[in-house]
Design a protein around this ligand. Structure first.
Ligand code: NAP
Length: 275
């Protein structure tokens, strides 16, 4: 039997997940969404998905409920749906950045509820996302498979078994697109300052990033090996990589990713402390 899946918050991420589920053949009749904003409801209704204003009514009708509101809107949403959650006991999936499982079960008032906390990233909006996910101990195989199908509708899903690792997921893939944008920005700028027309530099750089990502993705070969394969001793690539190594790029990147992990941790404890 097809699971009924409801989204609380019909914004950008919910629309992408709904679009992905529909594309994968999930019947529209078993999808619904709620949102106070009429414009958001209309956009989702145009996809053939049932919409409502009442979050508790949505919970009462669903096997899985995805919390797709902003983190600061979550406490209010949870207090409104807690009785319905305790009655219906759906799988609860939260994509709200930085909100711990403990906050979710405490908000629902039921620590036996099956909860999945997930961290998607922005390319999910194009169906090319990378999501890290954690299931609490109340989740069985069925719940994990259902969450996998929902989150996997917009890209890959990697499961972690320690909630602290979601801060590392945030540092690698959540914030990750910005690291690659910065590198592309810098390479494009350097190409420009060495004489290439700006649009030419941009197109060459973006296509190169795409090609490199596809080579890594499709071959599955170790990244260091791929790098070595395109680096002839004494050649142009080696000259560039030597300059990056001399500038301390390895330490710089390690410090950047660690800083993001630490910031995620601090934000989560601030938000837990505030509740
Ligand atoms: N976008 C991303 O790339 C991304 C990446 C990783 C994680 N996330 C997480 O995904 C979640 C959703 O992000 P988003 O970009 O989709 O945000 P969004 O576009 O702002 O969508 C959130 C929607 O929830 C609605 N809403 C507010 N209060 C509500 C309530 N009480 N009941 C039902 N709906 C309510 C909002 O309406 P109003 O606009 O009227 O408030 C809005 O339409 C966030 O928690 C974010 O941390 C997003």
């Amino acid at each position: 039997m097809t699971a009924s899946i409801g989204f609380i918050g019909a914004g950008n991420m919910a629309r992408s997940l709904l679009g992905g589920l529909l594309q994968q053949g999930h019947p529209a009749a078993s999808l619904r969404a709620s949102d106070p904003d009429a414009g958001s409801r209309e956009r989702v209704a145009a996809m053939g998905v049932a919409v409502e204003e009442d979050n508790a009514a949505l919970v009462a009708a669903c096997d899985a409920v995805v919390l797709a509101v902003k983190p600061q809107q979550l406490a209010g949403v949870l207090s409104g749906i807690a009785p319905a959650l305790r009655r219906r006991r759906p799988l609860l999936v939260s994509i709200a950045a930085g909100v711990p499982v403990q906050t979710l079960v405490a908000g629902a008032g039921d620590d036996t509820l099956a909860v999945v906390r997930a961290m998607p990233n922005t390319p999910a909006l194009l169906g090319a996302g990378a999501t890290g996910a954690l299931a609490n101990s109340a989740c069985g195989e069925r719940e994990r498979a259902l969450a996998d199908a929902i989150l996997g509708a917009v890209g890959i899903v990697e499961w972690v078994d320690d909630e602290a690792l979601l801060d590392v997921v945030t540092a690698v893939s959540g914030s990750g697109p910005a690291y690659f944008f910065l590198l592309m920005e810098l390479v494009t700028g350097a190409g420009e300052s060495l004489g290439l027309p700006p649009e030419t530099a941009r197109r060459l750089c973006v296509q190169t990033a795409l090609g490199a990502a596809r080579m890594a993705y499709e071959t599955g070969e170790p990244l260091a090996q791929l790098r070595e394969q395109v680096t002839s001793p004494g050649g142009t690539t080696a000259a560039a990589l030597d300059a990056l190594e001399a500038a301390g790029i390895r330490d710089m990147v390690a410090r950047a990713v660690t800083a993001a992990r630490d910031r995620g941790r601090a934000l989560a404890s601030e938000s837990t402390g505030a509740r």
